[in-house]
Design a protein around this ligand. Structure first.
Ligand SMILES: Nc1ncnc2c1ncn2[C@@H]1O[C@H](COP(=O)(O)OP(=O)(O)OP(=O)(O)O)[C@@H](O)[C@H]1O
Length: 283
């Protein structure tokens, strides 16, 4: 399988804060949510992929090309929506769009105009005068209109209202159907992750905890209820207990087998919600 984006053993030291090593191999046609606590290193990873921050070691390659030499080649393949645009406050949205779009040979003007309508973006207004939510709408509209194969989104909906978030989800899903698109989205929004992500990659305090298929991850985490108190020894897969009759597992297959072997019967069993899974992963 040809991966669309490969991040291999990437490391970065910021002061005494270590990020990585991070290894991610992303298949075309997938959305990966990058999830972690504040300051975990998610934005820094996206910036390293975007070459805005220099990595100390490791390799980042796109569609099998280890070193894309020119800016031009890079821009054909990758677009990035940062948390905030800097240095553009005095410019109108229209001007910013003109400055950005000319660099992208794949720029889709009619799609951009569709997003302007959909999100009600005031093209004639100065960026610095817009609310943060509207600034995000412009950023995301430009990122999608670049129509590159790889798209990196850093907290795209953190300031958006509920209606706009929903619209963006739908636009992004439709956008994925345009071709072999590969997306990484750094997000704290569980609803977005639930709806969009095929994979979830976790970071915690600079450490990379791995990448998981979302459905598989949800299936693995289960809560069990028992009639009788549990034995004191650790059950395989166990990660938490509430009292002595409720157990949480991160590997339901192993837990089921162990309980069966020990002749312990549960009275109820339930999958965890994604926000609970994320909480367990990051604590
Ligand atoms: N330019 C910089 N100078 C100094 N420290 C930095 C710089 N950029 C990032 N850091 C530090 O690196 C760490 C990772 O920051 P980063 O912004 O990548 O985290 P994050 O996971 O995106 O956080 P959040 O969820 O809050 O956006 C933090 O401790 C941050 O303070």
């Amino acid at each position: 399988m040809q991966h669309a984006l490969v991040v291999e053993k990437v490391e970065k030291l910021i002061g005494d804060f270590e990020i990585g090593p991070i290894t991610l191999k992303l298949e075309p046609g997938t959305i990966t949510a990058l999830v972690g606590d504040n300051g975990a290193g998610k934005s820094t990873l996206l910036k390293m992929i975007m070459r805005l921050v220099k990595k100390d070691s490791g390799r980042i390659s796109v569609t099998g090309v280890a070193d894309i030499d020119t800016e031009e080649q890079w821009k054909k393949n990758v677009s990035y929506m940062p948390q905030a645009l800097t240095g553009v406050d005095p410019f109108t949205c229209q001007k910013i769009k003109e400055l950005v779009s000319r660099w992208y040979p794949t720029w889709d003007e009619s799609f951009f105009q569709h997003l302007v309508q959909e999100f009600d973006i005031p093209l004639g207004k100065k960026y610095g005068k817009l609310s943060q939510g509207v600034q995000q709408k412009l950023s995301v509209a430009m990122a999608l209109a670049k129509d590159t194969e790889i798209l990196l989104l850093d907290e795209p909906t953190s300031n958006m209202d509920i209606l706009s978030k929903g619209k963006l989800m739908n636009e992004l899903m439709k956008w994925m159907e345009r071709g072999e698109k590969t997306v990484i989205v750094a997000s704290h929004q569980v609803d977005d992750i639930k709806k969009l992500a095929d994979y979830i990659a976790f970071m915690k305090k600079g450490d990379y905890l791995g990448i998981y298929e979302k459905e598989e991850l949800i299936e693995n985490y289960k809560k069990y209820w028992f009639k009788e108190p549990l034995p004191t020894f650790l059950i395989e897969g166990e990660i938490a207990r509430n009292g002595d009759k409720v157990l949480v597992s991160e590997n339901a297959t192993k837990t089921d087998q162990h309980l069966f072997d020990e002749g312990i019967q549960w009275i109820d069993q339930q999958s965890l919600d994604l926000d609970e899974v994320i909480t367990f992963k990051l604590t």
